[in-house]
Design a protein around this ligand. Structure first.
Ligand SMILES: [Zn+2]
Length: 267
């Protein structure tokens, strides 16, 4: 599951190998993508925007990939064996001795110059949780137009409120701040909301250290999850079995400790 920190690392690695380089060959399985337009162009920047990745070229066009749950970019030496099957490659960009391959991304498109400024799913994004300083005022303003009963656990995953937080960091941030995922956001103070978003940012930044594997996931990383994916196992703090449920419109699994994160509505 790509989280904001994974996209951030991906962008950094792509930038390291591609920035300033000319694309020498480009192939795609996406019929609508005019990949040939990229050949002979130089990559000027690679930027993460929540779960989106923007690769800018000297002609002004931007290659936009949205990773959702399945997408990944890898960079290989020319001739090196790929770690995913070739038929999953949606875009292949060659730049001299390096090959950048985008696997399984559900959205792959070329945006015209300044196209991103009018792109619906890019302009609607809330502040990026990994941008420092984090715009907490903007996050709270965006939260304020959500229904007051919206659970905070759902709001933290709402990319239009704050972008880049995935399920793992949503769960871990709620545990860190001892907040039950179903708590309506409107029953929290501004400080509570700021603390939760800041906790997610802090946990994600702690995972930005250089990765071994290019698309490494949190699970093999430093530290262990307190609650994420630990249903039924004892809380590291209090030994209560970790609970799980589906939460929100997307019905993503949420995990929490019923003792450390009591449900305020049951009091
Ligand atoms: Zn506990």
């Amino acid at each position: 599951v790509p989280e904001g920190d994974t996209i951030f690392r991906t962008a950094r690695t792509l930038a390291q190998w591609l920035e300033g380089r000319e694309i020498t060959a480009a192939r795609t399985t996406v019929a609508s993508l005019p990949a040939a337009k990229l050949v002979g162009r130089r990559v000027v920047a690679v930027e993460p925007r929540a779960k989106h990745l923007l690769m800018r070229f000297d002609s002004g066009v931007v290659l936009h990939t949205h990773m959702r749950m399945t997408g990944a970019w890898h960079v290989y030496r020319a001739g090196e064996r790929w770690r995913k099957p070739a038929h999953q490659a949606r875009v292949v960009l060659e730049a001299g001795d390096r090959v950048a391959v985008c696997f399984n991304a559900p959205v792959v498109e070329l945006l015209a110059k300044r196209g991103e400024e009018v792109h619906p799913s890019l302009t609607r994004l809330g502040p990026d949780v990994l941008v420092d300083p984090l715009d907490l005022d903007e996050v709270r303003q965006r939260l304020a137009i959500r229904p007051p009963t919206t659970p905070i656990g759902e709001a933290l995953l709402d990319q239009q409120v704050v972008s880049g937080i995935g399920n793992i960091y949503r769960c871990e941030a709620l545990f860190a701040e001892r907040t039950h995922p179903s708590t309506p956001w409107s029953s929290l103070s501004a400080q509570d909301v700021d603390r939760l978003v800041t906790a997610a940012a802090r946990l994600m930044r702690a995972n930005l250290a250089p990765a071994q594997g290019f698309d490494r996931e949190f699970g093999g990383g430093p530290g262990r999850h307190y609650v994420y994916n630990r249903a039924g196992r004892p809380c590291y703090r209090c030994r209560t079995p970790i609970a799980t449920a589906k939460l929100g419109e997307q019905a993503r699994d949420v995990y929490w400790c019923p003792t450390c994160q009591p449900d305020a509505s049951l009091k």
